[in-house]
Design a protein around this ligand. Structure first.
Ligand SMILES: Cc1cc2nc3c(=O)[nH]c(=O)nc-3n(C[C@H](O)[C@H](O)[C@H](O)COP(=O)(O)OP(=O)(O)OC[C@H]3O[C@@H](n4cnc5c(N)ncnc54)[C@H](O)[C@@H]3O)c2cc1C
Length: 130
């Protein structure tokens, strides 16, 4: 495999290869691994979860108590309905609480980390390692 300036040899087969270790890629990896799939995540930048760290001014606005399909613009509104039915804000809040991450509700029902976005990134990386 060739990246812009170096080659990486991967001598193992994986069920799933994910491009990008952002919020979506890490969540996808956790979900796939829970289904007993072996997963390789390839990240092109020098740091995983960069945008997570920047999000919410460094405190990651990780969900909203009132997330509804109607709040999303999409060419396929049914996708949002199906996706939000299968994974709710409460599911993510349960994960955050399981990891003992303190959070607060701010205006418009937004939930933020009390300390740092790093808590959310570390949580996702821990779950990936598990
Ligand atoms: C300043 C800022 C503040 C924000 N605040 C919030 C907030 O408080 N709450 C909120 O919900 N959202 C917030 N967002 C938006 C949120 O960060 C993004 O919606 C979310 O992180 C996007 O996740 P993602 O995994 O889809 O994409 P990304 O985080 O962009 O992840 C994609 C990853 O893929 C990598 N990649 C791309 N191409 C390749 C390739 N070919 N090979 C390998 N790797 C590749 C990229 O380097 C990147 O790491 C904020 C965004 C910014 C910029």
């Amino acid at each position: 495999m060739c990246t812009s300036n170096r080659w990486i040899l991967i001598n193992k087969n994986y069920d799933i290869v994910i491009l990008g270790a952002g919020a979506a890629g890490l969540m996808c990896a956790i979900t796939a691994a829970k289904r007993n799939k072996s997963v390789l995540i390839l990240e092109k930048s020098n740091k995983v979860g960069k945008k997570i760290l920047m999000s919410g001014g460094g405190r990651c606005n990780f969900t909203n108590l009132y997330v509804e399909a109607d709040h999303f613009l999409s060419n396929n509104p049914h996708f949002c309905k199906a996706a939000l039915k299968r994974y709710t804000p409460e599911d993510f809040i349960a994960k955050v609480e399981e990891h003992g991450i303190d959070y607060i509700e701010k205006k418009h029902h937004e939930l933020f980390c009390v300390k740092s976005s790093k808590d959310i990134l570390n949580m996702l990386l821990l779950e990936c390692n598990d």
